[in-house]
Design a binder for this molecule. Structure first.
Ligand code: PDD
Length: 278
């Protein structure tokens, strides 16, 4: 397997990064994960636009990066022969040989990329997954896609310890999103709800793409916060993300969601989305 690190394609186990990198010391880094389906990058431009926004938000220069990234993605996919899976990229604040909170006035970014083969429309999409609810303990700018992922990592560990697949985060009685995905809830036959954008959640690229598909079909979605109570009483729940695309959540905190099987609305959304990328 070949990865890309600071200007070079190298073997995965030969990639070396300075521990003084600001990404390592301060989680001063932006990242993106773009799905690859049928050998093609899904929603690449939207991922790059979000990357630019995060970089602006965390004071890392992005001059000329966007132009280089398309071909780097393609080369990485080709070198690793990935037809289905994803590309991960991280842009860090760079390494300066010392631990200095502020650092130089203009940072020189580091860039790391790898890709992975994964079945994006597999068992989990078919049968659904289980999740637990966990308090959201993240910082206040969750709309930036940064590598400050400790609370999500801990939420996943808690889920896995209890035999669940993932976690759904909430604060003050309201649901924010999944630990690494946006959340959607079907409350009654025709009310599909997903949280409105803001600083509390990541503006998911898959979320936007699903909204666009649904709008074309004339299906309306309520964009608002839902309470934990509404979540636990929902007919259907599903998540959207680049690594899972559309995953039905069929069990929450050990109890079945609706019938305990992926529901008709989730199936319809999956069908539309899969046709769109296929
Ligand atoms: N996570 N919300 C959070 C907190 C996320 O980490 C992600 C993606 C999403 C979905 O965004 P998108 O549709 O653009 O993938 C929502 C990636 C996949 C990850 O951390 O691996």
């Amino acid at each position: 397997e070949i990865v890309y690190l600071n200007g070079e394609f190298v073997k995965k186990n030969e990639a070396c990064l300075s521990p003084f990198d600001r990404g390592f010391l301060f989680s001063h880094a932006a990242y993106e994960v773009t799905a690859v389906f049928d050998g093609k990058l899904i929603d690449f431009d939207a991922h790059m636009a979000r990357l630019d926004r995060t970089l602006d938000g965390i004071d890392i220069p992005r001059d000329g990066l966007a132009e280089r990234l398309k071909s780097l993605h393609e080369e990485l996919i080709a070198r690793n022969g990935v037809t289905e899976g994803f590309v991960y990229l991280q842009v860090t604040g760079g390494a300066y040989g010392r631990r200095d909170f502020g650092g130089p006035e203009t940072l020189t970014p580091g860039l790391f990329m790898f890709c992975e083969t994964r079945n994006l429309i597999g068992e989990k999409a078919q049968h659904g997954v289980s999740a637990i609810t966990v308090e959201d303990q993240r910082w206040k700018r969750r709309d930036y896609k940064t590598t400050q992922l400790l609370s999500q990592a801990l939420a996943y560990r808690e889920a896995e310890r209890g035999g669940a697949f993932g976690a759904i985060l909430h604060e003050d009685g309201m649901v924010t999103e999944g630990a690494s995905a946006n959340l959607w809830v079907v409350l009654d036959a025709d009310t599909l709800v997903t949280r409105n954008l803001g600083r509390q959640i990541l503006p998911g690229i898959t979320r936007q793409s699903v909204l666009d598909h649904l709008a074309r079909e004339g299906i309306t979605v309520e964009e608002r916060a839902i309470s934990l109570e509404e979540l636990l009483g929902a007919r259907e729940v599903f998540t959207t993300s680049a690594t899972g695309l559309i995953l039905p959540v069929v069990q929450l905190d050990g109890k079945p969601v609706g019938t305990g099987k992926p529901g008709p609305v989730t199936r319809r959304v999956q069908g539309q989305y899969y046709r769109g990328i296929g």
